[in-house]
Design a protein around this ligand. Structure first.
Ligand code: OGA
Ligand code: MN
Length: 203
């Protein structure tokens, strides 16, 4: 029994979301930061809206930059995280009787002042994204820096700071959310757990 996984399963079952602080230890987070994957700006592409043929860049909706990760090619420190995500998925399949099969994941940079307006992660014509999973990598993040993930829940909103080591996971089909603008660059690894095998990413 893993108490962190257990509380994530409870949160998902009861409210459709869960937050786990220190899903990665500070040391594990630092190893990812030091691996330098976020530094090669040229490898990051402007993120779009929609998928495949309908992908569009819309500056007024989202301003982040992304780099898809290939798990066989990712730095060891990132693989530590992806491995833990695998374990979490196996756990959720057993605990919640799900049939999650794989995930797709990218590194994400929100430059200062950028945001992602209110949206749902599941695509209109493709419902294979079941859970959205975000690991934040920002040391010493304060309220005054902005950059909150805002979730729109029944009758209320909830804000979460993008704190280093914090994992936020929620139902991709149900929970609308947005990213507020920040006064600092904001780093994360963003993923979606799928009910089928992930496709290769060419971008
Ligand atoms: C997304 C998203 C939230 C966050 O990439 O779809 O909503 O807190 N990210 O980075
Ligand atoms: Mn989203």
């Amino acid at each position: 029994m893993n108490p962190v996984f257990d509380s994530i399963a409870d949160g998902l079952a009861e409210s459709g979301y869960a937050v786990a602080d220190q899903f990665l230890s500070q040391q594990e987070v630092e190893s990812i930061q030091q691996a330098g994957g976020f530094k090669a700006d040229s490898e990051f592409k402007k993120a779009g809206i929609g998928n495949k043929q309908s992908l569009q860049i819309q500056e007024g909706i989202r301003g982040d930059y992304i780099k898809w990760l290939d798990r066989n090619d990712a730095p060891e420190s990132v693989r530590v995280y992806l491995q833990r995500l695998d374990e979490l998925i196996q756990y959720l399949n057993r605990a919640l009787f799900l049939s999650l099969k794989d995930f797709e994941v990218h590194m994400t940079v929100y430059p200062i002042g950028s945001f992602y307006k209110r949206h749902l992660d599941q695509f209109k014509k493709d419902d294979h994204r079941k859970l959205s999973v975000i690991l934040y990598l920002n040391n010493d993040w304060q309220d005054s820096h902005g950059g909150q993930l805002r979730m729109y829940l029944p009758g209320q909103t909830k804000d979460f700071l993008p704190l280093a080591g914090r994992l936020v996971i929620f139902r991709s089909d149900e929970i609308e959310h947005e990213v507020l603008p920040a006064t600092r660059e904001r780093l994360s690894i963003t993923g979606w757990v799928l009910d089928r095998l992930a496709e290769l990413k060419h971008i």
